[in-house]
Design a protein around this ligand. Structure first.
Ligand code: FMN
Length: 246
């Protein structure tokens, strides 16, 4: 059984690929109405993006609630470049037998612009191959820690991550340009249920997960975050996958 959280599709794609390769099921934790019965699970897995060298809040909350049973457990975090101590910290909440990080296209356009198409396609291609290897190791219940932590991992996953969760999840900087046609896609798809639609366009609650889905998936590229996203590209994995892939 694989539980995933995903903003722009990378982690959803990884979870679904793994489920397919391992003949297992992948569940989006933000749309679950109740936690499925895990008693007979051959393995329990968690797949999620790295947010400021840590685990996204909804995945932490979900893992805290999930019963601990005697079965093989694994976690895969997806990141643009490095994941710090994310998996070690997550393992304190839900102990993992094996942990992996997978480098995927970067979706944090508040920071850097999206990568060029060749880089994006190459990252996805490498991940596709890695997932085959990972699925084999999980099926063999191989224990291991295959995580690219990067430099200053402790500092980033402690201090910087706390700073992110305390200060950087404000929705105040979100605004829409004249291109917004009030289609409501952002409100309908927000995994934090943080957006409502008014006659003038979307209105955000005070804070959200900062998953970047509203910004990246707006069909009119009408959503901005302060000045930092103006003139930048938008990323969702669906634009780069063959139509027959999950
Ligand atoms: C709020 C936020 C913070 C991020 N922090 C990191 C980070 O610390 N390290 C990193 O390598 N990538 C970071 N990223 C990039 C994502 O982890 C990466 O693009 C991930 O694969 C996105 O997965 P998703 O499409 O399932 O949402 C961050 C992205 C967001 C939205």
């Amino acid at each position: 059984m694989i539980f995933y959280f995903s903003g722009t599709g990378n982690s959803a794609w990884c979870a679904k690929q793994l489920a397919h390769l391992m003949d297992d099921q992948a569940y989006d934790i933000t749309t679950l109405t109740e936690i499925p019965d895990i008693q007979n699970a051959k393995q329990i897995g968690f797949v999620f993006p790295v947010y400021a060298w840590g685990t996204p809040a909804p995945m932490t909350e979900f893992a805290k609630k999930l019963e601990h049973i005697k079965t093989f457990t694994f976690g895969v975090c997806t990141c643009g470049s490095e994941s710090g101590k994310t998996m070690q910290h997550f393992s304190k909440i839900y102990p993992l037998d094996s942990s992996y990080s997978l480098v995927m296209p970067n979706n944090y356009i508040i920071g850097a612009d999206i990568e060029n198409e060749n880089v994006i396609l190459e990252k996805i291609d490498i991940a596709r191959k890695e997932l085959k290897k990972i699925s084999q190791e999980i099926l063999q219940h191989k224990r291991g820690y295959h995580v690219l932590e990067g430099s200053w991992a402790k500092l980033k996953s402690n201090l910087v991550n706390v700073g992110f969760n305390t200060f950087a999840r404000s929705t105040k900087p979100f605004w829409t340009t004249a291109a917004c046609n009030q289609c409501g896609i952002c409100a309908a798809n927000c995994p934090a249920f943080a957006i409502t639609l008014s006659e003038k366009g979307p209105i955000w609650k005070k804070t959200c997960f900062q998953c970047m889905r509203c910004l990246n998936a707006c069909p009119n590229q009408a959503i901005q975050y302060g000045k930092s996203t103006e003139g930048k590209g938008r990323y969702i994995i669906q634009h780069y996958l063959p139509s027959d892939e999950y």
